[in-house]
Design a protein around this ligand. Structure first.
Ligand SMILES: [Ca+2]
Length: 341
């Protein structure tokens, strides 16, 4: 296993040299963390995300929290971010991702601009689709987990442009979908063609749906913890997080009042829940096997017992330990210090 770790570390170094065009910040040295002595060896993850915490157009804050969570988690090693649209237009999500990584002093991690609402033709290469392809081909087969936290345009484009990478991906963790047929969520519904393309691959797929994400929330209690860490990156965004707690205290009841396991109060940390499944899968239980299809821009899912065919089959963790999740996620998010603090 340690030899495998050294091979993967070498891939990170080579990749850092090969792909400087993706948003690595000028003047910063490439500092690759040597995790080869750790046991167990961390999982290598590539995060596709629509970060929007710090831009006025941002509709949600969860992507940035999920990235911070991953940055402070020794269980994973981030090989790059590809940025997509969703919570904000692509120029804003891309800027936000660069800004976040700069604040965290992690300019060594490539940040690549991807598709936008009006520029998401799957046959049209983007910086993000090229990075996905090059990275997956550069690493050993099945070394990388791809974590998708936004609409699936970037991943679908990479798969369309180079179908061979399907065999290179260890697994997909997708935040999206709703188990109540006919209801809409942003990530899967934003680009139905892309979603159907990804669901139709044979890659092992793990879907974190609405029903699982809204079992937990970040409340005023959690923000008090953030307030105790003034040197952290997230501390700078305390006023915005406070606003989200207040607004979603009302919206949560209006939009999800009929969900029996919904957490009352605060805002739902959607993508942070998906990242928790990557970092700490022991926090989840009641896994179900389902088939998922997009039909006419709507997701349809049903339970299945066919475990042999990965096409359109997904694994859905249906229950989360909410208190343990809050403790772990907040401690890790607050653990990322702001450069210069
Ligand atoms: Ca997202």
């Amino acid at each position: 296993m340690r030899a495998m770790g050294r091979v993967l570390l070498a891939c990170v170094l080579i990749l850092s040299i090969m792909l400087p065009s993706c948003g690595q910040q000028d003047g910063e040295s490439v500092a690759v963390q040597d995790n080869s002595h750790d046991d167990p060896i961390p999982s290598y993850i590539l995060i596709d995300t629509d970060t929007a915490l710090s831009v006025p157009t941002g509709l949600d804050v969860d992507d940035d929290l999920a990235v911070l969570f991953a940055l402070d988690s020794s269980e994973v090693h981030i090989v790059g971010l590809t940025v997509t649209y969703g919570n904000a237009p692509i120029p804003d999500t891309y800027w936000d991702a660069l800004h976040l990584m700069s604040m965290a002093g992690r300019g060594d991690i490539p940040v690549c601009k991807g598709a936008g609402w009006l520029s998401r033709e799957l046959n049209e290469p983007t910086e993000a689709s090229r990075f996905l392809i090059d990275t997956l081909l550069s690493f050993p087969a099945k070394a990388i987990t791809v974590v998708c936290l936004g609409p699936l345009s970037n991943l679908a484009a990479a798969l369309r442009q180079h179908p061979g990478i399907e065999e290179r991906i260890q697994r997909l963790v997708l935040m999206g979908g709703n188990l109540r047929n006919g209801l809409v969520d942003l990530n899967f519904s934003a680009h139905p063609e892309a979603t159907e393309h990804v669901l139709g691959t044979r890659i092992p797929k793990y879907v974190i749906p609405t029903e699982t994400c809204i079992q937990t929330s970040f409340r005023r209690e959690e923000l008090q913890l953030v307030g105790e860490h003034p040197a952290s990156v997230i501390y700078a965004f305390l006023p915005r997080l406070t606003l989200f707690v207040s607004v979603w205290g009302i919206l949560g009841d209006l939009l999800y009042g009929s969900y029996p396991d919904r957490a009352p109060g605060g805002f739902f940390p959607w993508d942070v829940v998906a990242m928790a499944y990557v970092v700490a899968p022991h926090l989840f239980s009641r896994e179900q096997y389902m088939t998922m299809h997009m039909r006419e821009a709507t997701l349809f899912s049903e339970s299945t017992s066919d475990l042999l065919d990965h096409v359109h089959r997904v694994t859905v963790p249906c229950k989360i330990d909410t208190d343990a999740f809050r403790r772990l996620a907040l401690s890790r998010i607050c653990g990322v210090r702001r450069v210069g603090q």
